[in-house]
Design a protein around this ligand. Structure first.
Ligand code: PGA
Length: 637
């Protein structure tokens, strides 16, 4: 149903950028999520204040997940610092996990209270979040009532949305129809997988949810869908440029008169105007653009780079490049060489070699190297092979686990360990154990009596962190790294928060500054530059950036190169890679074994070995040498 209201919408209908010819929904690309959220919050403020002046209510449709976190922070700031009142605001949330009580730590009701409602002056009677505990035989009536309440409130003025990797809006998983209304739905496997970390394992993620339907959402007068980070790029492009289909419920927004996608650069990166701008209009053919375009063309034509012909360039918007360079073949050779030069078995640089065309410089040798890992296992997943090679090649490597990772350790694993400790202490007798026995007893008691997902007491977090420490040290030892070279920063923000709710502070930055000053590295490996800002890797990256800003005036930092790896995000594609490090079959096997040593490793993380193989296959198809597997890094620009 199209909006029928004649009153003015909260802001003017979206305007399409002229270069957006492939886009069927208006897309605004912001430099940063924070900036985008400031603008959106300003629009919400206008709506609320206009309604206040009219003596009326403003009706907001709200979303949960990582994506709206920066928006809610900005709204809370507007309330606290600029006196914005929410007294006339009525809210309807999109969805709730079925089976969760409203106070469950992972319920969306609790999330909304923590992120927004508890910090503003909204009337509790104006808040509507679907109830996850309605008995099965009352669900139908409950959902019809939810629809009625929305209509009685005058309909939704502004609906905020995120997008899941299945393309869902709300929990409208693939198969949801355009007409669907509020109902109970079975969650998709991918959606449950994405929530697995929050729930400490996919098996704990509820199977069902109550969600507004696509039809409910489309009745809103204005819709803004937000998406941040590289791993939303694919589904954003599908929803915006692809066909309208039940397979991607966000694509139904193409039929709404006032829907906008508000995305950051990373989430926009698969849109045609960003990914292949030569298809949209004339481009400046810098060496970088030409490289990207030719790799894209070879993949598009499913041909090795050296076999591309002029006609293929012409047919894909690249005729001016061919004219400029006097033919396609010289470009093929240039691009082939550049791809070839990304491949190296010497991630720390090859000593005494001509390094003019190598990804990393030869000198100094050996290099001081810091490998930063947000949670302890992240860097091993993404660059276990590179780490092994750096150590083998004699560099002075430190592995820096930024957070304790204790949130990932399951209660049952900690409990099993503590029970063993207790039994051992009983076997060994009181004399040798003393205090430790009492400690083990206390931990068993704490863990035994703990409700699943409730906050861990400090003692429990500590034992979980120690368990993970042991696993990381063992894994690093497989790579040849001595135990004392594995550092644990235990950044304080992690100990204060939960996933999606982390807030870093100056104490975190100070920890990183100290490590940087002490080791004065020549190389830093880190992740998170392109991730959703509320994710752990983005938060730790922000901390590291601030630390780096502080040491920038120090002379050693001029000689420090930063390399990015990707973990749990879209793996790098050949055109994005500055260093491709091949792994032998044996090395890949070792990496898989090393990862299996972690009790906390997820299926998604284990899939990295397949991704490493896929990347090698992609290089092979481009006409380069055929390797078993490749790990990829990008040099920070
Ligand atoms: P996210 O979820 O914001 O946590 O990525 C979005 C969604 O599933 O709608």
């Amino acid at each position: 149903m199209k909006p029928t209201e004649t009153e003015s919408s909260p802001a003017a209908a979206p305007v399409r950028a002229p270069e957006a010819v492939f886009e069927k929904i208006a897309v605004t690309i912001a430099e940063h999520p924070a900036e985008a959220c400031r603008q959106l919050a300003a629009g919400i403020r206008q709506l609320i204040e206009r309604r206040q002046a009219e003596g009326r209510q403003a009706v907001l449709g709200l979303a949960t997940g990582s994506t709206p976190v920066p928006l809610y922070r900005e709204l809370v700031r507007l309330h606290r610092e600029e006196g914005l009142s929410f007294a006339n605001v009525v809210t309807f949330n999109l969805d709730e996990y079925y089976g969760l009580e409203r106070h469950h730590p992972e319920s969306y009701h609790r999330f909304m209270c923590d992120q927004l409602f508890d910090h503003i002056d909204i009337d509790p009677d104006h808040i509507h979040v679907p109830d996850g505990t309605v008995p099965p035989d009352e669900i139908l009536q409950y959902c019809q009532d939810y629809e009625r309440l929305i209509d009685e409130a005058g309909g939704i003025d502004l609906q905020i949305l995120g997008i899941g990797r299945t393309g869902h809006i709300g929990f409208n998983e693939p198969g949801s129809t355009r007409e669907s209304l509020t109902r109970r739905i079975t969650l998709d496997r991918v959606t449950r997988q994405d929530a697995a970390t929050d729930f400490l394992g996919v098996e704990n993620v509820p199977r069902f949810a109550i969600t507004m339907g696509v039809g409910t959402i489309l009745r809103a007068r204005k819709i803004v869908l937000m998406a941040w980070g590289e791993n939303k790029a694919g589904v954003v492009a599908e929803a915006v440029e692809g066909p309208v289909t039940e397979a991607v419920s966000a694509s139904f927004l193409q039929g709404h008169g006032d829907a906008t996608f508000l995305v950051d650069r990373c989430a926009a990166s698969h849109l045609t105007r960003v990914r292949a701008p030569w298809l949209v209009g004339p481009v400046e053919w810098s060496a970088g653009t030409a490289f990207r375009a030719v790799v894209w063309l070879a993949q598009k034509c499913a041909k090795p780079v050296l076999k591309l012909v002029d006609e293929e360039y012409n047919e894909h918007g690249m005729s001016d490049l061919v004219t400029e360079r006097g033919g396609g073949y010289p470009i093929n050779i240039e691009v082939f060489n550049r791809l070839q030069q990304t491949i190296t078995g010497w991630p720390g640089g090859k000593p005494d070699a001509d390094d003019s065309n190598r990804p990393e410089r030869a000198d100094p040798y050996p290099k001081r190297v810091l490998v930063f890992s947000p949670e302890p296992q992240d860097a091993l997943v993404a660059m276990g092979g590179v780490l092994e090679r750096l150590i083998e090649q004699g560099h002075d490597v430190r592995f820096v686990a930024m957070t304790s990772g204790s949130l990932r350790v399951r209660d049952e694993d900690a409990l099993r360990f503590c029970r063993v400790l207790l039994e051992l202490s009983e076997l060994s007798g009181e004399e040798s154990w003393g205090g430790q026995e009492r400690e083990a007893e206390k931990l068993v008691r704490l863990l035994d009596g703990k409700a699943p997902f409730s906050e861990d007491p400090q003692e429990v977090r500590r034992i979980k962190a120690l368990l993970l420490r042991g696993e990381v040290r063992d894994a690093c030892a497989v790579c040849g790294l001595a135990r004392q070279r594995v550092l644990f920063l235990d950044l304080p923000f992690y100990e204060r928060g939960r996933y999606r709710r982390f807030l870093s502070g100056p104490d975190d930055v100070q920890c990183c500054v100290e490590v940087l000053r002490e080791f004065q590295p020549h190389q830093i490996y880190t992740t998170g530059a392109t991730a959703d800002p509320s994710s752990l890797s983005a938060v730790t990256y922000g901390v590291l950036e601030s630390a780096f800003d502080q040491v920038r005036p120090e002379s050693w930092s001029q000689d420090c190169r930063v390399w990015h790896y990707r973990c749990r995000e879209n793996p790098y594609q050949p055109h994005e890679i500055s260093m491709a490090m091949p792994l032998s079959p044996d090395q890949l096997e070792r990496k898989a074994r090393l990862l299996l040593g972690f009790q906390t490793i997820s299926k998604v993380e284990l899939a990295v070995c397949d991704e490493n193989r896929d990347l090698a296959a992609a290089y092979d198809r481009l006409g380069l040498a055929e390797y078993e597997a490749i790990e990829a890094l990008q040099r920070r620009r």
